[in-house]
Ligand binder design. Structure first.
Ligand code: ZN
Length: 185
């Protein structure tokens, strides 16, 4: 099956608040597998279900996997919730749903999370540094929040203008035949 596309800003579905998962069904397990396939293909270090258009509280994270031959050790978290956070860290973040942009974001340096795994077992996880940043970024997606909401208004509006221009250009390109098509026609 082809990989599911990642929704991109300003897709409104990225702004929805995702619903808790009441039971881990085969559909949820299949969605988790699709999310892992997309994350490793991009590659990214985390993905949230709403990025694939499913408004449910499910995230996958693997901060150790940075090269193609590195060992994969994904975390798949159902209904993740931050129960404790402390310290501050600034990280230069990017997002598969926010093309061609990175910016410094300040977040908690250490977090404690509760979630369940795909077998319904309760998990309690402590994370710091990049992993803590990644969990906070992905859980934000479940609440319809993007990292560009956490940067200055000026930087955000510069990005939004650039993105709108990019989308206009893509639309214009799609509307007019390319030189290739013209030759063939
Ligand atoms: Zn993201």
């Amino acid at each position: 099956m082809p990989l599911r596309p990642v929704l991109q800003f300003p897709d409104r579905r990225l702004r929805e608040v995702s619903k808790p998962i009441e039971a881990v069904t085969d559909e949820i397990r299949a969605l988790a597998q699709d999310m892992l396939d997309v994350m490793y293909d991009e590659p990214g270090i985390g993905l949230a279900a709403p990025q694939l258009g499913f408004p449910v509280r499910l995230i996958v994270v693997d901060v150790g996997w940075t090269e193609e031959d590195a060992e994969k050790s994904p975390r798949v978290l159902v209904n993740p919730e931050i129960v404790d956070a402390e310290g501050k860290i600034t990280w230069n973040e990017g997002c598969l749903s926010v093309p061609d942009f990175q910016a410094d974001v300040e977040r908690a340096e250490r977090v404690r999370l509760r979630a369940t795994d795909l077998d319904g077992n309760p998990l309690e996880i402590e994370a710091s540094g990049l992993e803590a940043v990644c969990f906070q970024h992905e859980i934000d997606h479940l609440d319809g929040v993007l990292f560009i909401d956490r940067i200055s208004r000026l930087k955000r509006s510069m990005y939004v203008r650039k993105r709108m221009k990019q989308l206009r250009e893509e639309r214009d390109d799609a509307a007019s035949p390319t030189s290739e098509d013209a030759r063939q026609g």
